[in-house]
Design a protein around this ligand. Sequence first.
Ligand SMILES: [Zn+2]
Length: 204
Amino acid sequence: MKDNEWVNYPIIRVIPSSDPIIALTFDDGPDQEYTPKVLDIVKQYGVSATFFCLGSQVVKNPHVAVQLVADGHQIANHTWTHPHAADVSTSELLREIAKTADIIETITTIRTRWFRPPFGEITKAQLSAIVEWGYQVVLWTVDSLDWSGLTGPQIVERVLPSLANGVILLSHCAGNVNGVLDALPHLIEAALDMGYRFVRLDEV
Ligand SMILES: [Zn+2]
């Protein structure tokens, strides 16, 4: 989809605020290895974040989903199987979102209202159907590229100069994301020193 085709569709790429706020977002969890480590780091700094979870992971690691909600984070929807937009019809995508919302609600009592499309891919038909369902659809402002195997210092070097009011930072909390675990304390400390505060997407 070309950028200009998004114009008439409400999709969030940045927090519309002039306040010095940043949203950390972590996709593809919860897993047993990395998500608990991410939770430990953000807890250490008293920072809240948004986790776009896969239903297939929530069902495997329900205690981690419960923990992230108990820690005060926002749990959000990232489909069940992480499909490419072109590989699923609108109704299939809606079913994935509904199934994921149901398992998250069963396990955490939270009904998801925020959705991030896997790979950032979504068709116009899918987008309008999801928005009509009452979901906020979110992409990101800055991609940490943590999934590509960057080291912690490389991630810090990439992300820090991009920080600005309202930035939504894309990271992951599953898969091999050692780089982001290494970068996260440095990023949080630097951002706090710069006067930023961290918010859940549904806080703003
Ligand atoms: Zn993802």
